[in-house]
Write a new protein. Structure first.
Length: 287
């Protein structure tokens, strides 16, 4: 089980310098990667921009978006931005992508919410072409197309979501899958579907399967207000997510075993408190 830690880019009180200090500590303590979560219509630091800064502040730790809402970006812009971050990070970027469930994230960018699934399918094909250096955009002269980004280091994709389409996209386009909040029990059925579909499609090796656990290693109920705000759109499910955050040494250690038993091979602990000491507290418990 590879264990990473999220940076608190959506937690109130997080600043740019705090993010960089958090990432440096995570690298020193031996986490496999740092990750982000993110939305458009929420007061937070942008995932890819934050990871560009982290790329310069670190040298070896992996970087994961978990997950960027792909269809909120024009295809060429996402290809260029992600390709740039991957180049800055010298190949350490994994791009977690999903479609999201909140129309409010599509309204500010004037993108169609109802058609996001079809747009995402087109985007996934576009990204792979663009990152191979193929001509995908109109150039400076009529009828000419050019690549939108110099060919970056390989960018593995992880697909977010629990639908049948998420399973299909994982097998067709990605290196693996990333789960949302809800714990091992919510992830396990999708993990099984992906493993079965992966084998049926003749994909070699094992898919990357990333779980997410919200945590606070400081005190009971730390971060509850933030989680309920972040997931307010989900109604009662926001309470389920907040109540599922692990906040004691016993529960933090146990959830690693539970995700592994559910068939996942990577886990990110996503913070609910913007305190860099959380990095060391968590490392003392799980590394």
């Amino acid at each position: 089980m590879k264990i990473g830690i999220g940076i608190p880019n959506t937690v109130p009180g997080t600043s740019g310098p705090l993010v960089l200090e958090w990432a440096r500590r995570a690298e020193r303590r031996g986490f496999a990667f740092v990750s982000t979560i993110g939305r458009v219509a929420y007061p937070s630091l942008d995932s890819l921009t934050a990871l560009a800064g982290v790329a310069g502040a670190t040298s070896g730790i992996g970087l994961v978006t978990n997950a960027v809402l792909g269809p909120t970006y024009p295809d060429a812009v996402l290809a260029k931005v992600a390709g740039t971050v991957a180049s800055l990070a010298e190949g350490r970027l994994t791009l977690g992508l999903g479609v999201g469930a909140r129309e409010s994230d599509y309204l500010p960018v004037e993108r169609e919410f109802a058609g996001r699934g079809a747009a995402f399918d087109r985007q996934l094909s576009y990204l792979k072409q663009a990152w191979r250096g193929e001509a995908v955009a109109e150039g400076d002269f009529p009828g000419e197309k050019r690549a939108v980004v110099p060919e970056p280091p390989g960018i593995p994709i992880l697909i977010g979501g629990h639908s049948k389409r998420a399973v299909r996209r994982t097998v067709e386009h990605a290196a693996g899958w990333t789960g949302a909040g809800g714990g091992p029990a919510r992830a396990e059925p999708t993990v099984k579907e992906i493993r079965d579909a992966w084998a049926e499609a003749g994909r070699g090796g094992e898919p990357r399967l990333l779980g997410l656990a919200y945590f606070s290693a400081t005190q009971p109920e730390s971060g509850d207000e933030y989680l309920r705000s972040y997931y307010a759109y989900a109604g009662d499910h926001a309470d389920t997510i907040a109540d599922g955050a692990v906040r004691t040494a016993e529960k933090i250690r146990a959830i690693v075993r539970d995700f592994e038993a559910a068939g996942l091979n990577e886990l990110t602990f996503t913070p609910t408190v913007a305190d860099p000491d959380e990095v060391d507290r968590l490392a003392d418990l799980v590394l």
